[in-house]
Design a protein around this ligand. Structure first.
Ligand code: NAI
Ligand code: MG
Length: 365
């Protein structure tokens, strides 16, 4: 049977960028004999409008069965006043939680044609290709006790940073596996100097590292890591870190390379019976209500998310590279959606035109 993909376009620009990914998926089916069983369903506000819930049980069950889920984006002003229990983002949170997606992969990759776009010097970012692995299901965002309590005559806000050995072990393994497929270099970031969870984190990552003798493992305090990321990011290959530090470091690393419209992500869980990890691929950006429905959205983040699916779910690094090279060529040829325009005098192209340009580059590959 063909590998299966569940597409959840979602809200706002989600369906617009996903339409371009569909073209790419169809191209692989017809031109490369790489066919997928694709089904499509609702998530977020779109699901709420149709079913009164941001994710139906049927869609959730389907997501558990397929080889990979591709998601556009959820949310929008229309849904801001809804009760928290049915808000669009709850659909996404339910997917992440029930699929137990504990490893969030955020690449920071700089396409040469966009190096001028970075806020850093061109030689600092040109050719940059690093990956941050953020633990996604534990740590301070989930730890108990939490809350705001009365103490004496004032209130206290409390969160708890908490990691079990097994939680650290599994995300570390994902990161080492990734490093094995990349540059065989892994840097683990925590604050073992001031946090107990950091001490345990460093210990467990070091222990897991013994199973990966080929990977060069280093440790860095997360604050120093933030400095190094801005100073000379090319010193890194794969970085693994906890939920909180990963949230900050991945957003910072993302901006080394420019527009939100360019950034893909993957969230991976345990291997399924067929050996493939549970996986959800999505662009980093949201539903962009300010440009939705105008054909202005950049589809590249979503297309690059599919490239990650080719690499990490379908074990097809060659075709993933083909797709990334096609995007590199399109950018080198000067095609720009509005979000990529810095210089004057260039006319932006539309979402569909960008998708068509990628297909043309694939045809020429
Ligand atoms: P956003 O990422 O949707 O937009 C931020 C800015 O970047 C906007 O100016 C937007 O036009 C631009 N932008 C984003 N993606 C783009 C693309 N592909 N091409 C060109 N420009 C792009 O974040 P914002 O405005 O904070 O949130 C809007 C809605 O999206 C909210 O309802 C929020 O809750 C939701 N959201 C959903 C996420 C998800 O589904 N994973 C993630 C972040 C936000
Ligand atoms: Mg964030």
């Amino acid at each position: 049977p063909n590998p299966s993909i569940l597409i959840l376009p979602g809200d706002g620009i989600g369906p617009e960028v996903m339409a371009e990914v569909r073209k790419v998926i169809d191209w692989y089916g017809t031109k490369r004999d790489l066919a997928f069983d694709v089904s499509e369903d609702l998530v977020g506000g779109a699901a709420y409008d149709a079913h009164g819930t941001p994710l139906t049980d049927e869609t959730m069950a389907k997501a558990q069965e397929v080889d990979a889920v591709l998601l556009g984006a959820v949310g929008g002003p229309k849904y801001d006043a809804l009760d928290f229990s049915v808000k669009p983002e709850r659909g996404l949170l339910r997917l992440r939680k029930e699929m137990d997606l504990f490893a969030n992969l955020r690449p920071a990759q700089c396409f040469d044609a966009l190096a001028d776009f970075s806020s850093l010097k061109k030689d600092v970012v040109a050719g940059l290709d690093i990956m941050i692995v953020r633990e996604l299901t534990s740590g301070i965002y989930f730890g108990e006790p939490r809350g705001i309590i009365e103490e004496g005559n004032e209130r206290v806000g409390i969160n708890t940073q908490r990691y079990t050995e097994s939680e650290i072990d599994r995300v570390a393994r994902s990161a080492f596996e990734l490093a094995m497929r990349r540059g065989k270099k892994l840097c683990s970031m925590e604050k073992a100097n001031v946090m107990e969870s950091g001490v345990l984190w460093r210990e467990v990552v070091t222990e897991v590292g013994k199973d990966y003798p080929e990977v060069e493992l280093s440790h860095m305090y997360a604050d120093a890591g933030a400095m190094q990321l801005c100073r000379w990011p090319k010193q890194f290959d794969v970085i693994v870190t906890d939920n909180l530090f990963g949230d900050l470091l991945s957003d910072a690393a993302a901006m080394l390379t420019g527009s939100l419209g360019m950034l893909p992500s993957a969230s991976l869980g345990k291997p399924m019976a067929n050996g493939r990890p549970k996986a959800l691929y999505e662009p980093v950006h949201g539903s962009a209500p300010d440009i939705a429905g105008q054909g202005k959205a950049n589809p590249i983040a979503c297309i690059l998310s599919f490239a990650m699916a080719l690499r990490y779910s379908f074990d097809n690094g060659d075709e993933a590279t083909r797709l990334e090279d096609a995007i590199e060529k399109v950018l080198a040829d000067g095609f720009r959606t509005a979000d990529l325009l810095g210089e004057e005098g260039v006319d932006p192209i539309s979402t569909t035109q960008m998708g068509d340009a990628v297909i043309a580059a694939l045809d020429a590959s």
